[in-house]
Design a protein around this ligand. Structure first.
Ligand SMILES: *[C@@H]1O[C@H](CO)[C@@H](O)[C@H](O)[C@H]1NC(C)=O
Ligand SMILES: *[C@@H]1O[C@H](CO)[C@@H](O)[C@H](O)[C@H]1NC(C)=O
Ligand SMILES: *[C@@H]1O[C@H](CO)[C@@H](O)[C@H](O)[C@H]1NC(C)=O
Length: 522
């Protein structure tokens, strides 16, 4: 009898244990122009598909071989000007804050319009297809944030460069300006007065530019392409269930995060490195003191660099006592030194995983920095634009890298920086320490991202994770109204009292005076 009661009790308990997530239909939109943003989520999306979820992925980078549970909507044609755009961006990034912001604006339009105009996407919008979840890249493509409401599905935002003041707004996260620097600047978390002033200025400019220029343009796109939407754009911008941030405190700094802003840096890295192609590994092996790997990432093409710059780089490499692997997008490079191996593509993470690869010469893109940290390799950083300056700055500050100026470095500078990191073991030691703290977490980053994604599915948008700030307007959110009462009323009272006392005293004195004069006359 007791046993039967126990079994009934156990079954009753089991009925309430949250069930495994059922397979869901997921729409993933990664409109950004560069392949590096897609690298960030490729493994994550594929893993979701492998777990039985049906993925519809909108990006410029379709799967080369068909994948189970994976459907691509390809944005190929819209991106033919990409290289040209990147070159302009590189030139302008050295200019003033305002020019940089304008470049950002062009980027933001490039992100949303090609999706909105895409015929297949338009069909999807008009179809009665149902989605359980929208996963969307967040970088000023606010009109696309309407998709959550359009498909009546919760939204997860992925920020490939981490949090900033604008991304914060999507889940009402906070970045205190006194110790959380803007990703587009060059300040670290410990700032002196002038750096804090600079951080305030950078963040204010970004906020103003976003609200005065980018959002009005996105508002026009929103009205044009989502004529049936009932929410205001300001509301869909706060309609996020979760934010996945490509950052981690181990290689940057600790910072406050709301419960639905999750750090997942490293989710794009395969846990087990693959074996390198034989020719690459043979070239690495042939170098007795280890080899180095040089790449400017997927956006900046080495092959498009000016001749002079290429010559400086080749001269530096030729003078090194080690072999160099160079990601170079053409098949021939006139005057290529014997110790250099060029290829238009390298399995970067697997190359960095190789024990004989000692150093990574990088542009400091977020993914490259994360892979260096993952594989405990020191860097020589030569940042080209946007968050790359700060990424390299972090590596220098944390002690696992040296930075040089991309615009004007000479072959001697490049060689000296490389030799400094190769010959001085302190850089590799720091890289190992930071890598150890990067890996020391309860769940690896990919599993973390999947766990929280399915958490949002299980809990129907997981409203329990969201802070209440989205219900407040600007004055309320910043306590301006309550502060006005708490400090304003006593202040008014004090002024009033002061006035009364002054009046009374004045009256007293003048009557005293009168009495005095009167007495004198008598
Ligand atoms: C808006 O609603 C109309 C009428 O219901 C429908 O025909 C149209 O396809 C909808 N447009 C979009 C973009 O959903
Ligand atoms: C490179 O060296 C490693 C270790 O000595 C060896 O296991 C590997 O087979 C070598 N690879 C090639 C392509 O020579
Ligand atoms: C390169 O430019 C930076 C700042 O613009 C300057 O500090 C540095 O000295 C320059 N280096 C060379 C080699 O000219």
């Amino acid at each position: 009898m007791g046993r039967i009661i126990y079994i009934i009790w156990a079954l009753a308990v089991l009925a309430f244990v949250p069930r495994l997530t059922e397979s869901a239909k997921i729409l993933a939109i990664f409109p950004f122009t560069g392949p590096s943003q897609y690298i960030c989520v490729q493994l994550y999306l594929k893993s979701l598909a492998a777990r039985g979820h049906e993925i519809t992925s909108i990006s410029a980078f379709p799967q080369k071989t068909p994948l189970k549970n994976f459907r691509d909507i390809t944005l190929k044609d819209e991106y033919k000007d990409h290289d040209e755009f990147i070159i302009t961006a590189i030139e302008e990034m050295s200019a003033t804050k305002l020019t940089q912001l304008r470049t950002l604006f062009d980027y933001s339009i490039m992100g949303s319009l090609p999706v909105l105009k895409n015929e297949e996407f338009q069909q999807l919008l008009r179809s009665d297809e149902h989605f359980d979840l929208i996963i969307i890249e967040v970088f000023c493509q606010d009109s696309l944030y309407a998709l959550g409401e359009h498909f009546k599905a919760p939204m997860i935002g992925v920020s490939t460069f981490g949090a900033d003041v604008i991304v914060d707004q999507l889940v009402d996260n906070v970045s205190p300006l006194a110790y959380v620097p803007a990703p587009s600047g060059t300040n670290l978390d410990v700032m002196n007065f002038w750096q804090r002033l600079d951080n305030l200025y950078t963040n204010t400019m970004e906020l103003l530019y976003t609200h005065l220029v980018i959002i009005p343009e996105q508002q026009r796109q929103y009205e044009k392409y989502f004529p049936n939407a009932t929410l205001r754009l300001t509301d869909v911008r706060r309609d996020f269930s979760l934010l996945l941030l490509n950052q981690h405190y181990s290689f940057s700094w600790p910072r406050p995060l709301v419960p639905n802003a999750i750090e997942v840096a490293g989710m794009h890295v395969e846990n087990k490195p693959k074996k390198l192609p034989t020719d690459m590994e043979a070239f690495i092996n042939a170098s007795a003191r280890g080899a180095i790997y040089f790449s400017l990432g997927s956006n900046v093409k080495s092959a498009l660099l000016p001749k002079q710059k290429l010559q400086e780089i080749m001269n530096a490499f030729a003078s090194l006592p080690v072999n160099v692997l160079w990601k170079f997008e053409k098949t021939d490079l006139a005057g290529k030194p014997k110790n250099v191996f060029i290829n238009k593509w390298f399995p970067q993470s697997d190359v960095l995983a190789h024990p004989k690869v000692k150093l990574f010469v990088t542009h400091g893109g977020m993914h490259s920095l994360i892979e260096a940290v993952h594989h405990a390799k020191p860097i020589v950083g030569t940042p080209v634009f946007y968050d790359q300056y700060l990424n390299v700055e972090k590596a220098v500050y944390k002690g696992f890298g040296v930075g040089i100026n991309f615009r004007n470095f000479t072959s001697t500078e490049l060689r000296d920086a490389i030799l400094e990191v190769l010959n001085n073991p302190k850089y590799t030691e720091r890289a190992r320490e930071i890598s150890a703290s990067f890996h020391d977490r309860p769940m690896n980053p990919l599993d973390t991202a999947i766990y929280w994604t399915e958490y949002v599915l299980r809990h129907k948008g997981a409203p329990q994770l969201r802070v209440a700030s989205r219900h407040l307007n600007f004055l309320q959110r910043h306590s301006v109204d309550t502060m006005a009462v708490l400090f304003g009323i006593p202040l008014l009272l004090a002024i009033f009292l002061f006035y009364v006392v002054f009046q009374v005293l004045a009256a007293l004195f003048s009557s005293n005076d009168n009495a005095h004069k009167k007495r004198k006359r008598d």
